[in-house]
Design a binder for this molecule. Structure first.
Ligand SMILES: *Cc1c(COP(=O)(O)O)cnc(C)c1O
Length: 361
């Protein structure tokens, strides 16, 4: 399968684009192109087309509108010191996209085909990659069920789409977020779709996010569905807890039990923290461990991680069991160190020992 190139004959003017890039926000502006590829049960995948960004025309009875058969990915392209552009571990996104597809009864896209579409879009829209460290071009591949019909069954047709949006630093690095630990709603249960990156998981999470906002919190923290006791994730990010301080600190993340989304940032930090000399551990962490650890001072820092926000410190945690504040409520030194290391590697400023960066230009 190839990516056919049909460039936009009326792209955004350079001066307008530069103005957008001076304050990119997140999801505010989209690049001049998108990629579209179609799949159908009889003929499989067709070639992809890179074409001008623009609206879709879909029959109102298209399956995705009714039963939510949809998956997505989120990845970034980063400017390099020599002006080139790199992706961070894109094969990991390609493989997760295929696993998400399998769970949602959607067709698996071959890894090389997926990567070819990403490279084609980044090359074509390279001038949309912001130039400051911490900023990036956020890339959003997604796959939707496009057979027309209201019968409930896996769609015989699917459409892959790829769009990109310049992104500023997501959370303010100087601030910690406040979280509401939900005991009323859950994100994922054993046997459900928690491991798949699907829109449905997010649709089901929004009411809890609203509740968090009512409690004056920025984000929601999810507990396991059965006991409402084991800490799983924060919104669309994975969690980390730091026990102790300095080089003897231990860095712990909730173990992947089948209901957590296996984050690529989470996985990278396991390696990175150990490279930095910390001991790392994946294990189940209960809400009591968290609360007691913070109150005794053993837990010195808490942070969340994901592609969009990179690393984000957690200050106060609120729940029906009370409120506790980690450290002085501000981002701690190990949180900052890990954020700086990760950003440094992604932007080509720190040696990429594990071959994570994939140069596109
Ligand atoms: C995407 C996502 C993450 C983070 O994954 P990364 O690969 O690190 O971006 C964590 N949790 C959820 C629910 C997600 O959807």
């Amino acid at each position: 399968m190839k990516v056919l190139i049909n460039p936009n004959s009326n792209p955004t003017q350079a001066s307008t684009r530069d103005q957008y890039l001076s304050a990119p926000g997140f999801g505010k502006y989209y690049t001049d192109h998108m990629v579209v590829a179609k799949w159908n049960e009889k003929t499989g995948w067709s070639d992809a087309t890179l074409q001008p960004y623009g609206p879709l025309s879909l029959d109102p009875a298209t399956m995705v509108f009714h039963y939510g058969q949809e998956i997505f990915e989120g990845m970034k392209a980063y400017i390099q010191p020599d002006g080139g552009i790199s992706l961070f571990r894109p094969e990991a996104n390609a493989k997760r996209f295929a696993r998400s597809a399998a769970r949602m009864a959607l067709p698996e896209m071959p890894v090389d085909f997926f990567l070819a579409t990403i490279e084609a879009l980044v090359k074509q829209d390279k001038d949309w990659v912001p130039k400051k460290v911490g900023e990036s071009l956020y890339i959003r591949p997604f796959l939707i069920a496009t057979e027309v019909g209201l019968g409930v069954r896996p769609s015989n047709e699917a459409t892959y789409l790829l769009i990109a949006t310049p992104a500023a630093a997501y959370f303010n690095a100087a601030n910690a977020v406040t979280v509401w630990i939900s005991t009323e709603y859950v994100r994922a249960a054993q046997g459900g779709t928690g491991e798949a990156k699907c829109g449905g998981n997010y649709a089901a999470s929004l009411v809890a996010q609203q509740q968090a906002a009512k409690q004056g919190c920025d984000q929601v923290v999810w507990l396991d569905a059965k006991e409402r006791f084991w800490v799983e994730e924060m919104g669309g990010m994975n969690l980390y807890f730091v026990k102790g301080t300095g080089k003897s600190a231990k860095i712990i993340t909730p173990k992947l039990t089948g209901t957590l989304l296996p984050g690529i940032t989470r996985d990278s930090i396991l390696t990175l923290a150990s490279d930095l000399g910390y001991s790392v551990e994946e294990k189940m962490i209960s809400i009591d461990d968290w609360k007691n650890g913070v109150q005794s001072g053993e837990i010195s820092e808490t942070f969340a991680c994901g592609t969009a926000a990179v690393v984000s410190a957690i200050g106060a945690a609120k729940s029906n069991a009370g409120t506790w504040v980690t450290g002085d409520g501000k981002p701690g030194p190990i949180t900052n160190e890990i954020r700086q290391q990760l950003l440094g590697i992604q932007h080509g400023q720190i040696a990429d020992k594990h071959g994570w960066n994939k140069r596109v230009i």
